[in-house]
Each structure stands twice: as structure tokens, then as C-alpha cells.
Design a protein around this ligand. Structure first.
Ligand code: HEM
Ligand code: MYR
Length: 415
């Protein structure tokens, strides 16, 4: 049995937070492997990257999710009791509930609500002179996803809810005040979402059939039990929060259009080119760095031993930038997706494997739809100037964003 290359440091948690997206990749490069072991949060942890590793990681006979997500991430990003930490039949049942929301018609409807919201804000943008895209898009997505999910949202509530959802995302890998803002956002958010669920169950609120709020409030598990209020709240937030997170990908799309102006022309009124562009934005820009699981029971793989219970991280960013998978990974080249046959284990910004059978992101189709809408709006409906600003994307900052949040000026409607 080969020994997994192992970091000597007694604990690398701070090194991980400092190195960010490149923590796993740099060490793999140093050891000349796609696997090494380190200590994170005082626990031995195996880190993996690459296609074969992704295929292994998504084998549910070999890995479980129970107890995989660090407590800090549960208190901020995911909550407790939600789909991310389930295994086996319980996971399958809960995941089917999410996937039932993702019909092509429903996905298009969310895209339309978002585009309508964007159009409605244009006059205010034209007047304002200066707009920060990340702030505006996050707020528009909150409005759109609440309408889509059957969640009532008063005008006076929009800023509070957007801020809380953003704080949950921003705090996922943070220490100090940023972590506490996330905890407060989650506390308030779960309280709000729990009340909504109770109002539906009590008949005071009647969201349309098939909307996320109604489906989650009325869901019954295999044994016929409703979700506890707190779990239902966590699952409703699992629809609202990540949709708001798509604002980051919209900003990255705007950044890519700015840095590669030839693509501004190519994507206009060309669905195929726009599709390739969106895939490359998802591959290229840093978002969800790694995901975590635990070894279900002892096994050996490629001559390495994986002991039961060991935490394992899959490097999503590192796999999306692996030179054996993606030639010239640090070049932004949407044309690499022309005729791409698809592979569930190579393009994994939102996880790999199957949507229903495993933990791959339930919102991948929504994400792609919203990004395509944003690209069309940015290239076909408006023109804008991009003044000098801090557009650098700091790879040690998780989750990442251009420093300025992408400021645009002189917004005018052209389409
Ligand atoms: C899971 C990323 C948008 C709902 C995940 C995972 C990642 C991810 C990396 C975990 C995969 C794993 O652990 O194997 C993203 C990114 C998004 C996004 C980068 C872009 C903003 C969305 C949207 C929704 C959503 C729009 C819903 C409307 C979920 C759910 C899970 C999940 C419910 C848990 C799936 C499970 O455990 O089975 N996402 N996601 N996500 N995502 Fe997303
Ligand atoms: C979501 O809201 O579920 C999707 C987007 C959130 C991305 C946040 C990524 C930050 C770092 C997470 C570290 C996870 C460690 C296991």
C-alpha cells in the first residue's frame, strides 16, 4: 500500500483560509499527485482533485455526507438538517423534492421573472449614473426568487432579506465579524422561513401549487411525516440563498465580457455561443472551492488506503483548472465547449455526478438559465461604461468577487 503524501504541519486550517482556492492545487503540484493528506480543523483530512478523484468522491457506496460539513459552515451557509448532510433513502427522498421544482417551465419562469426585474430597474440605473452590479443583481434575484418560490416579500423587506441571504454566503469560510454576520443572517432567515412554512400549514398563506414554499411546507417523507419546522426553513433557504449567490456568477460574466470584448459581439443573439460562454465562466472563475464527505467504510483506491470516517475534500476549483482535463486551464476560452460531449466529473463548479442520485447542485439549471439571461441583458439590452476600479479577483478570499463588486456608469438602454 502506498503512503498518501502528507503535510508535516500540525494543522493547516489557517493555511487553507490564507491560500483559499489554491490550497489543494498548490500542494498537489508540490507532491506531484492528485491526492495528499493534511490536518484541517485538527482532523486528518484527505484532499483530492481531478476527474478520477471526482468519480470516486461521488460514489455513494464509498462516501457519506453525515458529519462532513464543518460546524461553522452549518451555522452560516447550509444550516442543520438539510439535504446536504443526508445519505441513502433520506437523501434520495429530499433531493427528489428539490428536483421536482426544476422543470424546464419552472426554470424558464424564474429566468423571466429575473429579466422582468432587471428591465424594471433600468430607468433607475439610467438616472443613478453609477451602479454596483453585484449589489443590484443580488437584490433583483431576491425579488425574483421570492416571487418564484411563492414567498411574499413586502417592499420594505427586500433589503433586510437580501442582506441576510448574502451574509450566509459570504460567511461560509470566514472568521470574526464576517462569520458572525452570517450566523445572525441565518438565525433571522430561519425564523422568517419557519414562520412562512407555519402560515402555509395553518392556511393563512396559500402559495400557488408547485412553488417551492408550498412543496416544502407540504412535503412528506417516506414514513408520511412532514419536515420539522426548522428543517423546512433550512430547505426553503436552500432555494432562496443559492439563487442570490448566482449574482456572483453574473458579476464574473460581466468581468469576462469586459476582459474579452470579442465575446460581447459573439454571444449577442447567438444561443450556442452564449451557452459556451456561460460554461466557461462557470469553469474559470472561483466560486465554491471544495466540498466534503466522509469515508463510509475502509477501502483502497489507486494503491492508497481510505479509513472509515476520514474526512475527504474534493477540490472543485482545482478540478475545473486541472491541466490534464482542461488544456491551458488558466486561459478563458469558451470555444473549448464547442461540441463538448459533457462529462459529469470534469466541469464541477457545482459538484459532480448525478443530480438525483448524488449531491450535485440542485440549482445547476437555474444557475445556467439566470446567467444566460444576464448575458443577454448585458450585451443586447444595455450599454455601460466600466470606469477604473479594483477588478482584481483575490484567490485567497472565499467566496471570491472582483474587489469593487463591478461598478458600471452611464448605463443606457439600447434594445
Ligand atoms: C449543492 C454550488 C446555485 C441548490 C451545491 C454544491 C455546490 C453548489 C458546490 C455541493 C455539491 C456537493 O457537495 O457535492 C452552487 C453554486 C451556485 C449554486 C456555485 C451558483 C450560485 C444553486 C441554486 C440552487 C442550489 C440556484 C437552488 C435554487 C443547491 C442544493 C444543494 C446544492 C439544494 C444540495 C444538493 C444535495 O446535497 O444533494 N451547490 N450552487 N444551488 N445546491 Fe447549489
Ligand atoms: C450556496 O449558497 O449554497 C451556493 C454558493 C455558496 C458558495 C460559498 C463558498 C464559500 C466557501 C465554502 C467552503 C466549504 C467548505 C466545505
Amino acid at each position: 500500500m502506498a503512503t498518501i503524501p502528507t503535510d508535516r504541519s500540525p494543522d493547516s486550517t489557517l493555511a487553507f483560509l490564507r491560500a483559499g482556492y489554491q490550497f489543494v492545487g498548490h500542494r498537489c503540484d508540490r507532491y506531484g499527485t492528485d491526492i495528499f493528506q493534511t490536518r484541517l480543523l485538527l482532523e486528518p483530512t484527505i484532499c483530492l482533485r481531478g476527474r478520477a478523484a471526482a468519480e470516486l468522491f461521488y460514489d455513494t457506496d464509498r462516501f457519506v455526507r453525515e458529519g462532513a460539513m464543518p460546524a461553522r459552515g452549518q451555522r452560516t451557509l447550509t444550516g442543520r438538517g438539510g439535504v446536504q448532510g443526508l445519505d441513502g433513502d433520506a437523501h434520495h427522498d429530499r433531493k427528489a423534492m428539490f428536483m421536482s421544482l426544476m422543470t424546464p417551465t419552472a426554470v424558464r419562469r424564474l429566468g423571466q421573472l429575473f429579466a422582468d426585474e432587471w428591465q424594471a430597474r433600468l430607468p433607475a440605473w439610467e438616472l443613478a449614473g453609477t451602479v454596483t452590479l453585484h449589489t443590484e443583481v443580488a437584490s433583483m434575484l431576491t425579488r425574483a426568487v421570492c416571487a418564484w418560490a411563492g414567498v411574499p416579500l413586502g417592499d420594505g423587506e427586500l433589503d433586510r432579506r437580501t442582506a441576510d441571504l448574502r451574509a450566509m454566503i459570504d460567511s461560509a469560510a470566514a472568521l470574526g465579524p464576517r462569520h458572525w454576520r452570517g450566523r445572525l443572517g441565518r438565525l433571522r432567515g430561519e425564523h422568517w422561513a419557519g414562520d412562512l412554512v407555519e402560515r402555509v400549514r395553518g392556511g393563512a398563506l396559500s402559495p400557488p401549487d408547485g412553488t417551492a414554499l408550498r412543496v416544502i411546507a407540504e412535503h412528506r417523507d417516506g414514513a408520511g411525516h412532514r419536515l420539522p419546522r426548522r428543517v423546512a426553513a433550512v430547505e426553503l433557504l436552500n432555494v432562496l440563498r443559492p439563487t442570490v449567490a448566482v449574482a456572483r456568477f453574473v458579476v464574473f460574466a460581466a468581468l469576462a465580457l469586459h476582459d474579452h470584448p470579442a465575446w460581447r459581439q459573439r454571444v449577442r443573439h447567438d444561443e450556442e455561443a452564449a451557452g459556451q460562454f456561460v460554461q466557461e465562466v462557470r469553469r474559470y472563475y472561483p466560486f465554491f472551492p471544495v466540498t466534503a464527505a466522509r469515508v463510509r467504510r475502509d477501502f483502497d483506491w489507486q494503491g492508497y488506503h481510505f479509513p472509515q470516517g476520514r474526512r475527504v475534500l474534493l477540490d472543485l476549483y482545482g478540478t475545473d483548472h486541472h491541466p490534464e482535463v482542461w488544456p491551458e486551464p488558466e486561459r478563458f476560452r469558451p470555444e473549448r465547449f464547442a461540441g463538448w460531449p459533457g462529462d459529469p466529473f470534469t466541469l464541477i463548479p457545482q459538484g459532480g455526478g448525478g443530480h438525483l442520485t448524488g449531491h450535485r447542485c440542485a440549482g445547476e439549471w437555474i444557475t445556467i438559465e439566470l446567467m444566460k439571461r444576464a448575458v443577454a441583458l448585458l450585451t443586447e439590452v444595455i450599454r455601460y461604461d466600466v470606469p477604473p476600479q479594483d477588478l482584481a479577483v483575490d484567490l485567497s478570499r472565499m467566496p471570491a468577487l472582483p474587489g469593487s463588486g463591478f461598478v458600471v456608469t452611464a448605463v443606457r438602454r439600447v434594445g
